[in-house]
Design a protein. Structure first.
Length: 356
């Protein structure tokens, strides 16, 4: 292995690449990883010198606090390559700010901005061949932090590991999904960690989602924990409703993730002169709109899927099919976002970040 120092990062390159063994046309999301990963440890009260090394297994003691108290946060980002070979990130400052916001809520030390961006750029330049051009292609990036200190006392850890791993990706959802409106289970509660990308938020969704899948639904649209009367998020995505020509989405609170794609859709709606209301959305309102024909669309918005249309929903035994519309907002927003991300359209808001 060739050891060098680059941008104040210790760099150990893989001797060989596994890229030639990967079928990029038949990828399962999150199963294949690039040749390298970024690692930075926190100990003695400070973040240590970062490293980039070959992707590999790690060893932790059984008493590492992450296994016992769930101190873990993460982010989801993507890198894109245009037809000229230039590589771009999409609004990475938002991801940096959010992972540190999540970290603060979980009593994890915030990560330095310089390390975050230098780590991303060095890693992407090293594994640039894994980023394929084309609207269906991207490289999914997973920054995350875990508590590594070997101690089982119930208190914040004093040692952590920040990492970034990368996975080539195709389109996440190819078909519209059927969803279940939550009536019993909750994703998060007032005063909790629902706004943070904390690992436990997502683990807690798996059981109720598995029950929904047994009924023929792919995802759950979560309702507020107090009354289950208001719709808030869809699976791991923010949720939008179109009634007539008006787009509606729930406001941010401490139960709802401050999604980067969500914010981008709201801004694009403004750019396209589409009425967009950010307010509470009741189950009754959506069921009534479905019954009188004014509900035109439901779609999720998130980094992995970008935009994921909903074809039907169920609540209290009532199933509503959503007819296909010829002037789909979901299609419009997805196309607009992908064109910006892949450097195929003007970027008047400065969302693209070119990796030099």
């Amino acid at each position: 292995m060739n050891t060098t120092t680059s941008y104040e990062i210790d760099l150990v390159k893989a001797n060989t690449s596994k890229i030639n063994s990967v079928d990029f046309e038949n990828l399962t999301f999150g199963r294949v990883f690039t040749d390298h990963m970024f690692v930075c440890d926190f100990k003695d009260g400070r973040w240590q010198k970062p490293q980039i090394m070959p992707y590999q297994a790690m060893t932790f003691e059984p008493s590492a606090r992450v296994f016992h108290y769930g101190q873990a946060v993460f982010e989801g980002m993507k890198a894109y390559k245009d037809d000229n070979g230039k590589v771009f990130l999409f609004r990475p400052e938002q991801n940096f700010e959010r992972i540190n916001k999540s970290a603060a809520r979980m009593a994890i030390p915030e990560f330095p901005k310089e390390y975050f961006f230098k780590g991303l750029e060095t890693l992407l330049n090293l594994d640039t061949e894994w980023i394929k051009p084309g609207l269906d292609n991207s490289l999914y990036l997973r920054p995350f932090v875990i508590a590594t200190e070997p101690a089982i006392s119930a208190s914040p850890a004093e040692e952590y590991r920040f990492m970034i791993i990368c996975s080539p990706a195709k389109a996440y959802y190819n078909e519209p999904v059927r969803v279940l409106f939550a009536e019993k289970f909750s994703r998060s509660a007032d005063g909790g960690v629902g706004f943070a990308k904390a690992a436990g938020n997502y683990g807690a969704q798996f059981y109720p989602t598995s029950l929904a899948q047994k009924k023929g639904f792919q995802q759950i649209i979560w309702t507020d924990a107090s009354t289950h009367d208001y719709l808030e998020e869809a699976g791991t995505m923010n949720i939008f409703f179109r009634i007539g020509d008006t787009l509606i989405t729930a406001p941010n609170n401490d139960r709802i993730l401050d999604g980067v794609t969500r914010k981008s859709v709201i801004q694009l709606a403004k750019d396209l002169n589409i009425d967009c209301e950010v307010r509470r959305v009741s189950v009754k309102e959506i069921k009534d709109a479905a019954m009188d024909g004014s509900l035109k669309e439901i779609f999720g918005a998130g980094t992995a899927a970008v935009i994921s249309p909903v074809s039907a929903f169920e609540h209290a035994g009532d199933v509503f099919e959503i007819p296909v519309t010829n002037d789909s907002y979901a299609t419009l927003f997805k196309s607009t976002l992908l064109n910006i991300q892949h450097n195929l359209a003007d970027d008047k808001h400065g969302w693209r970040y070119e990796v030099k």
